[in-house]
Design a protein around this ligand. Sequence first.
Ligand code: NAP
Length: 218
Amino acid sequence: MKIAILGGTGSIGEGFALRWAGNHDISVCSREAEKAVKAADEYKNMLLNKRMYCSSLGGCTNDMGIMDANVVVLSVPYDSVITLLKSLLPHFNNQIVISLVVPMKKNQLFKYTPPKQGSAALEIKDVLPETVKVVSAYHNISAKKLANLELRLDYDVVVCGDDEEAKKTVMKLTEEIKTLHPLDGGGLSSSYMIESMTPFLINLAIRNGFSDLGVKFV
Ligand SMILES: NC(=O)c1ccc[n+]([C@@H]2O[C@H](COP(=O)([O-])OP(=O)(O)OC[C@H]3O[C@@H](n4cnc5c(N)ncnc54)[C@H](OP(=O)(O)O)[C@@H]3O)[C@@H](O)[C@H]2O)c1
């Protein structure tokens, strides 16, 4: 599968590129081609140093990455995602778009600040063509832990979406990241519950002296 990671140069994009590069063609995407190529080269070297197989991992601009992708990962901050997507609209057709975007603000602690649609995922769905299948996942996975290939990620990932096939694809991609466990979270309208858990987890970590908390429903 061809996976384009928009903002793949950033914190959580790195982890997805490293974790999926063994099985998929990965485009690390950026607003700047040079930055994307540099990041992709760094990720490739990281995998080579660990003697891990990497099928195809390259860097390009966000628009180039989307064009021939089956799956597009939105790995950019909430404040920029809608403007970015509007600028990229002509390049979308029927891709699966994964939103891990969490709208939140920091005062002393973190607060979930959803848009009027109720969640970032629904707002993103509103701006994309109807043929694009938006799936919401990975909001509660720490970027630091995802990028650490030595770690066993014993967490659940709640996946929400209105297209069952697209949701299944994302659940399968999740299973490929050892040892994340995908859970069907229902339709996209449920995304707000899982998005809002991220500021809750960060506040919980701050209050109790932890870092990078994840979730396991047992
Ligand atoms: N970090 C985590 O642990 C974590 C966990 C779960 C979910 N998330 C979600 O994942 C998303 C990415 O988080 P992150 O921590 O990886 O973010 P980040 O490192 O701050 O940024 C990721 C990338 O977004 C791009 N970007 C920044 N400002 C932009 C703008 N104005 N317009 C277009 N692109 C812009 C940059 O890529 P270029 O400069 O190369 O274009 C940057 O490398 C967020 O929505 C966050 O809520 C993060």
